[in-house]
Design a protein around this ligand. Structure first.
Ligand SMILES: *Cc1c(COP(=O)(O)O)cnc(C)c1O
Length: 372
């Protein structure tokens, strides 16, 4: 069976874990955490990168940092992962969804302005499949309406929009290092801060509301409770694991792109399905390879056919506004022309670092065979 996902292992993970064990410093913000943060600050060009226990936690930290209050509204898309909504719903906000574009399945930037009210506090663009949302339009709207932008770049590490790395464009950005993502430490994430004025408070909220970070830097001689907060720290063990992967990021990205391009070339002459579209001004990280079938029935049949042929294919997402909690905590602004119909057609094929070109060819042959 060709599995849908296999977590990335590069080979240096154990060595770095042993270094952490012998250093006897297992907590947070040690040498490997510093290496990973510095990598993000140079490679992704964010002003500050704080490692967190997950992208979900990074989004929660973003919502705390932006002082999201009950009654506030946050604009995003319903075709997405639950955490980009839940982080704000936890603070009492209402998620206001607008429709997606059919080419990238990202937020339709032309629908955002109509959804802005005097309660709107932030826009949360989700870069689906690591392909950038139209950030120029989104940042311009944010400036004009005094809103903050939190990029959910969970899938977008190493991708760019107009040559700017995803996660470095909004006021805040978030990454995920879950084991289904391009780089992983099992569970992990990061909050990227691009707005200087948010850095100091972010460090405090992440350290249980204390100024411990200042203390560690020797700026004060004891630390104390100064604000609300929680523990949004990543253990040094996870950071060491992650570093083994980030230090090989280019090699990994290249191989993923090779696989993605092979899928694309192989399936491009098949008229029964639609393939992903990458806008000219975006470079992507081959996080997901998806195809679009005619409808939900055809998708179900193709998934079963592939399963019978030893290939595991999956779909996502059930639109958030139609889910049980979504009905309570969200509303859809304007018509749902594409969110539901596109989500019903989408099928994801296996894509991970240890997948081979031969396996991609084999999977494509099965897909072609299904369509005769
Ligand atoms: C994976 C993912 C998340 C959540 O990441 P975790 O690290 O598992 O919390 C959030 N948003 C999107 C778009 C994701 O793909």
């Amino acid at each position: 069976m060709i599995l849908f996902n296999q977590p990335l292992i590069t080979g240096n993970e154990l060595k770095y874990l042993e270094e952490v064990i012998s250093s006897k410093k297992l907590g947070s913000d040690g040498i490997f955490t510093q290496k990973c943060s510095a990598w993000m600050e140079t490679k992704i060009r964010c002003k500050k990168a704080l490692l967190t226990p997950s992208c979900t936690h990074a989004l929660e930290l973003a919502a705390l940092l932006l002082d999201i209050q009950p009654g506030d509204e946050i604009i995003s898309t319903s075709f997405g992962f639950v955490s980009s909504a839940n982080a704000f719903v936890l603070r009492g906000a209402t998620m206001v969804f607008v429709d997606i574009r059919t080419d990238t399945l990202n937020i339709d930037e032309s629908k955002i302005e109509a959804a802005i009210t005097d309660k709107t506090k932030a826009i949360v663009p989700v870069h689906y499949a690591g392909v950038g949302c139209d950030m120029n339009v989104i940042m311009e709207l944010a400036r004009n309406h005094n809103l903050k932008v939190v990029e959910d770049a969970a899938q977008g590490i190493m991708s760019t929009y107009n040559s700017q790395p995803l996660g470095s464009i909004g006021h805040l950005g978030t990454f995920s290092f879950h084991d289904t993502k391009n780089y992983t430490c099992g569970e992990g994430g990061a909050l990227l801060i691009n707005d200087d004025s948010l850095i100091e408070r972010a460090e405090i909220l992440r350290e249980k509301g204390t100024n411990r970070k200042k203390f560690l830097r020797g700026e004060i001689d004891k630390y104390s409770w100064v604000d609300i907060g929680s523990s949004y720290l990543l253990s040094e063990l996870n950071s060491a694991f992650l570093w083994a992967q980030l230090e090989e990021s280019e090699k990994i990205n290249e191989h993923r792109l090779l696989l993605w391009n092979r899928y694309y070339e192989n399936l491009s002459r098949l008229n029964d399905i639609e393939l992903p579209i990458i806008p000219q001004n975006c470079s992507h990280n081959a996080h997901i390879f998806y195809i679009k079938t005619k409808n939900i029935e055809e998708r179900g049949q193709l998934i079963s056919y592939l399963k019978e042929n030893e290939v595991q294919a999956v779909f996502h997402y059930i639109p958030l506004h139609s889910a049980e909690a979504g009905v309570k905590f969200t509303r859809f602004n304007g018509a749902d022309e594409h969110t539901t119909t596109e989500s019903e057609r989408l099928l994801r094929l296996p894509l991970y670092y240890s997948l081979t070109l031969d396996e991609v060819d084999l999977i494509c042959n099965k897909v072609k065979k299904y369509y005769g």
